[in-house]
Every structure is written in structure tokens, then in C-alpha cells.
Design a protein around this ligand. Sequence first.
Ligand SMILES: *Cc1c(COP(=O)(O)O)cnc(C)c1O
Length: 839
Amino acid sequence: MKSEMSQETSGIGADKVALSVTASDVRLGMQASALTQAVLDHLHYSVGRLPSVASPHDYYRALALAIRDRMEYRWINTTQTYFDLNRKVACYLSAEFLMGPHLGNNLVNLHIEQEARNALATLGHDLDDILACEKEPGLGNGGLGRLAACYLDSLATLQCPAVGYGIRYEFGIFEQEIRDGWQTEITDKWLRRGNPWEIAKPDTFYYVNWGGHTEHYQDEVGCQRVRWIPDRMVKGVAYDTPIQGYGVNTCNTLRLWSAEAVESFDFQAFNVGDYYQAVNEKLVSETVTKVLYPNDEPASGKRLRLAQQYFFVTCSLQDMLHLLELAHAPVETFAERFAVQLNDTHPSIGVAELMRLLVDERRFDWDAAWAITVASFGYTNHTLLPEALETWPLPMFAELLPRHLEIIYEINRRFLDEVRTRFPDDEARVARMSLIGEEGDKRVRMAHLATVGSHAINGVAALHTELLQASILKDFHELWPERFSNKTNGVTPRRFLALSNPGLRELLDHTLGQQWLTEPGLLRKLDAHADKDAFQHDWYAIKLGNKQRLSSYIHAQTGIEIDPGWLFDIQVKRIHEYKRQHLNILHIVTMYRRLKENPALVLPPRAFIFGGKAAPGYFMAKRIIKLINAVAETINADPDVNTRMKVAFIPNFNVQNAHLIYPAADLSEQISTAGKEASGTGNMKFMLNGALTIGTLDGANVEIREEVGADNFFLFGLSAAEVESVKRTGYRPHDYVAGNDELRAVLELIGAGHFSQGDAEVFRPLVDNLTHDDPFLVLADYAAYIACQEQVNSAWQDVPNWTRMSILNTARSGKFSSDRAITEYCEDIWNIRPVTVKA
Ligand SMILES: *Cc1c(COP(=O)(O)O)cnc(C)c1O
């Protein structure tokens, strides 16, 4: 009590800054003085706290609300401009948006980072401490969700009319804690302290039905029609988040749907007046958007997941139809007004749902509805891994979405007729292409539904698109080659360089001018500086500073101390066998053994840094995390080796700590089995920040190597074609063990419990997997990986040349801007042009 009184008039200067600021400045002003007053106002009126007792989190909320104010008129203006001009809008449907913290990014995009920093300094706070208070919306698992977020940033920056549609999960991706070396999952209560970035739109909602049955009837004019009589219903309510473009007035919308119970809908409970049962129904309804499903587990038949997909897709399509109505535009023009992109198969039920909305509810005839549907949808494939392809058991599908199953059968009937016409007497092909899989239990194949229902189908890197056309969608490519194209992924240089690597940003601004942020081709001009001593010196100093920053973070999180002068070798991404974190560990254990056997060995000191979550039910991935931590514990505590190597696992890899991680890397580990990583985007973030890559010819690594030049990339391992050929002739891991004493010794060390206090059980399943039936061919690439790491060691010892290569990586990363990717989607798939939003 006492401190409240005394601090109210203490040196925070509230009385001094306020004087010259007008009322409109407080909402809109971009100067530090206006921001200071705005923060104080929000502390008072929105947060309800005296500045003197306000916590850093209170300041975070106040600043966030002040920044939101500054976006709001741009946002309303943007929506109004699209509406007035009747412009075609890209609707990006994604079950995941891994947005990361909003505040810092919005400051960058509005060009007011420095002003905000000054404003907070006036109030006695450091902007970085305040930014660290934001709890990021973790509404995604990894790359796919982050891609959606990068694309929203680029769409707004390129001034493209666009809406992101998704799910407002109450609990996003779990938080990972490491206990005794094992991953434990903690519920992500990201909304606990409110979310200043979203605006609830309780009046924008749509009904979503489930279950029940269908009835066939004749309408007034004698047409056969179908009625769906569902037995459950929920409401999807809109929550909007503004997405500010960089350096433009465009501020687009991310619209996330949240499930709510429909009051007094429950038929039985309503009739018998069972109040408690009705309340129970309410709870059940609201579970639809309760939690994000982790991926990287076999996409088995999770009912609630299908319910989630249908829920957000129907809300989004109904919203589009509603917007058409508001614009007095006929439904026939749907495909001229909306380009609907399916981010993987998760929203692919949309194909059947748009047909239902048009045929059953708007009484379109089938062919007209189908023409609109195919012209509207585009499908982005993200994986070739068979276990990740979504299929739904027929009985479950029929129970939840009986009408959609009928529609899918009708789509299939007509489609297979077309196949039979094009390829007569080829029933094997017909079976392969069917929307219904008949091997084992009958299942709906969502990738086939998405492909048949879309005018454009794309992969996410050149190699991936080739493999897609040659493997899982080969028959479809033969039927419709013109529908296929490649759209190599990209990342936003605003978040992943300007925001997260301010030191490098300053150097680039100074060297190139600020346009590189929207014209990343300009980064090529760094080529001319790559050999200059002074420039290399600045470059090295910035990297060292970033490594210092990460080292402090790692120390705070894990207690592990890492010398910032060491080589930072980093692998951060979801933990998965195909990404082969265990191959990385085999290299670490190899180096450990060499040092133990030969203490005089000259090895440049290296920090091996990992991060990433494993799906909670993924046995092997969780064991890989345990192995990393076990090896870390042994090595870090051993004075024979810990002056030359250390290992750290950063807990809870997310976008927020990614900001610290990518800029600190010297070496980027991109070591997936060739053919398995569709694209990767982590690889691009590392490159942009001047890391060199050690990698296989997989996903976008191929294009990264093309851009940066083979001399500036550490390539190893089997190609995708070689992987397939090894598998065809039979992979025999024992041959690799038998032919390599060092590999055998490394596996024995792990298996015998050297890193687990003699416990020979804990890593046995991992070693057995590697030596018996590993579909990802870890041992086949072991020797090549070790040899390539030796090249890394020699290269690292030549500091000027390493720095030169680091500069060249950033210089040649322009292709991997999400602006380039979005421009290609706009031109080749969506037919969408930029619109200038006036101030
Ligand atoms: C970029 C990113 C990913 C994707 O990383 P990959 O290496 O491409 O698998 C996953 N998670 C987060 C938090 C990211 O920022």
C-alpha cells in the first residue's frame, strides 16, 4: 500500500511526458512521447494498474494494446478497401498457424521499434524484457503452421487481399519440460492472461452440424434433392487478429473459429427440461476447439480431429458465402471472388462441404457447383510419408458427416468414369485413384479428395514436387499434368532477420539500404563485400554477439555453459526419425570416443545444440530426446572432453526462442533421409542468418545448395534415388556395422548403457531399430556424415574463409523469402493482384 502511494509520484515521468500529447496522438501517434502516454493510458484504463505497481507483463499488455490501436484504422481501412473494390481474396485455410509473438513483429512492420524502445525507457523498462513477456500463440506443430504464418506476413506486405482461416485452439502445442532427460508435456494455457491481439466478433458466427442422417426428397419443381438431418449442432464464433504488412497500410485478418454451445439446441434435454444434461452438452460442444493435435504421430482415426477440420472449414466457407451476399454478388461468382488454398489435406473436407452448400442449400445443379468448387480450390501437399497421409475410416466418417460421405461417393463415381474414359480397361488404375481406399478397412483418402477438387496442386520444393508427381499422385499427374506446379517454401525476412537479428539488420541497412527487406535479391550485393577484412570483422562480431545471447539463454534454461567462441552446431526442429537427430548423436559420440582414446587429438571446440518437441505418443522420438540429454550429461561433466565439446538440449523450442537460435548458428544441421523432408523452412532461416549448412540432397536443401554454390555447402549422403534403390535391393544395416569398427563401437557404447549409468535397457530399442529395421537408413549415411563433419572442422579453422562463406549464405538467400513464394501463388494459382490501401 505504502509503495503504491510513494511510487505514484516517483521518477517514471508520467506527468512530464503527457503534456504535449493530443487525444488522437494517444491512439495513433508514432512518436515515443505519444507511445509513452498511450502505454500509461492503457495501464490505467485497460489493465487497471498504477504504473508504479505494474508488472512487466502489465506493461506488455499496455504496449500491445497501444500498438493494436495503431493498427486498427489500417485494418478497418483494408477490409473496407477490399470490399469496395470487389477484389478477389486469397483464403488460406490451415488447421495450424504458428504465429509466434506478435508485439515485436508489429513494431518492426510499423517501423516503430526504436520509438517504442524509447517510450519504455522513459517508463523505466527495457523493451526486450517486455517483449519476453508475451506468451506466443502456439497454434501449430512446426513447419506447416509456421509456413502459414510467414505467408500471412508476406500477403500483407505485398498488399494482397487475403484472410487466414483457422482454429482458435484453447490449448495450443504443449509446452515441453525436460525432467531427468525425458520430455514431459505441460498444457499450453496461452489464453490464461488474455490475448491483447484478438478481437472477439461474437456476432459473426455460423452453425456447424454433425451426425444424424440424410433424406432424399423431390422439391417443388420435381428435382431430386437431399436434406441432411443432423443430430448435433455447435456454433463457430470468429476471433480476429490483425496482420500488419511491413511498411504498408495493408493490415489483413487472421480469423480463427472457436466452438460454442448453441443454447437450448439439445433436443432431448430441451424437451424433458434436463438442465444439467443441457449444460453437459455445452461442455461437449466446446471441446471441439479445445486442443491442437500434435502431428508426427501416425494420422490414425481421431474423431475429434475430423470434427475440428469440418468445424473450421464450414465456418470459413459460410463466411465467404456471407461476404458475397453482403457484396450483392451472385454465388455463381464465388470462384472469381475467392481463391481457397488448402494447407495440406487438413481442410480438404472443404471440397465436399462447398458442394453441399451449393447443391443442397443453394440448389445449384451438380455440374455448376463442381465447376465453381474446382475453380476455387488449390491444394498444397506437404508430405509423402505414407503414415502421415490422412485417411478416415468409413464408419467414423459416415457417423459424423453422413451427407458428406454421399457427396464424396458421387464425386468419386463421376471422377472414376472420367478415369475409365481416359484409361479404358485399367481397373488397377481406377482402384489406385479412387477416393475410397479398399486395402484393409475402407477409408476416405483425403489427399485424393483434395487433388480431384482442386484446379492447382503443388509441392513445396522442386525435389518434393517431382517426387509427388512420380509417387503418391503419379496417376493424377498423368491425368492432369497442367494442374501441377512447384512452389518452393519461403520464410519472412522481417521476423527471421530484422526482428530476431538486429545486429545483422543494422549492418545490412547500412551496407545495402533498407530495401533488402522487401527486395531480398538485393542481398546479392553482399557478394562484393564477402572478401573485405573490415566487413568480415563486423560480420564475425555480430555472429559472436548472437552466440553470446544464445549462450546466456541456454545457461539460464539448462545451467550449461557454452563458450561463444566455439563452433555452434545446431539442429532445431520437431524430433522425428526421418529428420535423424540420432545421426547427429552418432557423430557426437564418435567425436567423444576419439577424444577419450586420443586426448592429443586436435579438434576445434564445438557446441552441439538441439531443440524440438516429440509427439507425446511417439516412442522412438521421445527416446531420442532422452539420448541427447544423456549424452549431454556425460560429455558436459567429463573434463577429458568438455573443453572441446559440449551438448545442450534447449527445452520447449518455439518461435520465441527460435528468434535467439537461428541467428546464433554457425552450422545448420539438415540431415534428413533424402526424399523424406518435403521442403524444410528451418534450413532457410539458418541460411538467411549466415549459417553454413551440412545437409543431404533433400527438400529445399537442393535449392539452397544451388543458390549458395556447392563450394559453400557441406553435402553428404545418399540421394533420394539412391535411398530408393537401397530399399529396393534390401537395406542391410549390419553390413555397415560390420564394415566400420568405429560405428560398431559407438553403437555398443550407447547400447551398453555408457550414457545411462549402466542401464542397458533404455537405449536398446534405439540401437535395435538402427541395426535391424530402420526405414530412414541412418547407418547407410553414417560414414559420409562423419567424413563431411571432418571437412566442417577444417573449414572452421580458416576463420576468414568461414566468414566469407557465411556472408555468401546470407547474400544468396533471397530466393527463400516468403514474398517470392507468395508472388508465385498469386500469379500461378490464385490470380490475385495487389491493392494499395490508402492512409
Ligand atoms: C521454422 C520452424 C520449424 C520448421 O523447422 P524445420 O527445420 O523446417 O523442420 C519448426 N518450428 C519452429 C518453431 C520454427 O520456427
